[in-house]
Ligand binder design. Structure first.
Ligand code: NDP
Length: 307
């Protein structure tokens, strides 16, 4: 059997960013500069890294950006007031509220307070509904990135059996809706699914969005299938490392140097069975920020009736 093709997410993300930079330039000629407002509450180290890289990417591509940093003690009412202000600002096309929020903040109320036309994360019920009904919408970034990976690698979607493992509102459900919109025959699996391996083996396109390291094993993958591994899990002990990467000397060197390594929801041995797969890291991950940029430009155009 032919060797599995590694789908390089970083290269696809770079191509998307180049497209976005081109669109930003074209909009600048019309006096429009799409802008993203990122709200980062308190000091969550992982969130700080994500948000800073989002802001940096805006700067690289010529988008406007504004970073708002309310303290960890902020109240729901104060956050609602901030969102209302951002909703009203003409230089803000996209509003991103970095999750998780502190426990005293009602995240659901807040996400619903974001104007749907500025909801670049695609979490607002109005965008969820629009996506479901095939109307112009802002789609969640990670699932939208999956479609880009397939399309930009000329992997057919229409008529294919797509199995999505995971039904979260952020990844699994919207990924399934987007695949359906591209005319795949879609099955959604979750923790109560009976005989998950058998269902997965029916997949031409298998999306793993579970949050469990190496959960999808080689016997669950149809030879030649496309495997999109959304999971991001960190392994920190040598015992865990050996369970998945025993004998991988290059990876072990990196693991020993850093004290940890990332693994997806798909077992490395399962990639080998596939026809094409996204690695972790470097597969789906890089697409998320690229799609956020694309969504901000899309929001700017939709809001001005340019799409
Ligand atoms: P959630 O925890 O919200 O959802 C996990 C889903 O997996 C649930 O629907 C759950 O089922 C299902 N599940 C859990 N265990 C099993 C099992 N044994 N068999 C079948 N299904 C199971 O996670 P997210 O969707 O937010 O994230 C999934 C993964 O993707 C995580 O590793 C996360 O880090 C990563 N991620 C990566 C992103 C990226 O940019 N690449 C962005 C967002 C997430 P049930 O509903 O029944 O509980």
């Amino acid at each position: 059997m032919a060797e599995a093709r590694r789908l390089d997410g970083a290269a696809i993300a770079a191509a998307i960013k180049e497209d976005v930079a081109g669109e930003v330039k074209a909009l600048a000629a019309q006096g429009i500069r799409p802008g993203l407002a990122a709200v980062l509450v308190g000091h969550v180290p992982a969130s700080e890294i994500y948000v800073r890289s989002k802001v940096r990417t805006c700067e690289e591509l010529g988008l406007g950006s504004d970073l708002l940093t309310p303290p960890a003690t902020v109240t729901t009412e104060e956050m609602l007031a901030l969102v209302a202000e951002l909703n009203g600002r003409d230089d803000v096309d996209g509003i991103l509220i970095q999750l998780p929020l502190p426990p005293q903040v009602n995240a659901k109320r807040l996400l619903e307070a974001v104007a749907p036309e500025k909801d670049v994360d695609g979490f607002h019920p109005v965008n969820v509904g629009r996506l479901q009904t095939g109307q112009p919408a802002l789609a969640p970034c990670t699932p939208a990135g999956l479609i880009e990976i397939l399309k930009r690698n000329a992997i057919p979607i229409a008529g294919q059996n797509a199995v999505v493992v995971g039904r979260s509102d952020i990844v699994g459900k919207p990924a399934a809706i987007l695949l359906l919109a591209e005319n795949a025959t879609v099955t959604i699996c979750h923790s109560k699914t009976r005989d998950l391996p058998a269902v997965c083996r029916g997949a031409d396109i298998l999306v793993a969005a579970i949050g469990r390291p190496g959960y999808v094993t080689a016997d669950m993958v149809k030879p030649g299938a496309t495997v999109l591994d959304v999971g991001i899990n960190r392994l920190t002990t040598l015992e865990e490392f050996d369970r998945f990467f025993h004998g991988n000397t290059r990876r072990e060197e990196l693991f020993r140097a850093k004290g940890s390594t990332l693994i997806g929801d798909v077992h490395p041995a399962a990639y080998a069975v596939s026809g094409a797969y996204t690695p972790v890291p470097g597969g789906v991950g890089p697409l998320t920020i690229a799609m956020l940029m694309a969504n901000t430009v899309r929001a700017a155009k939709l809001r001005r009736g340019l799409l």
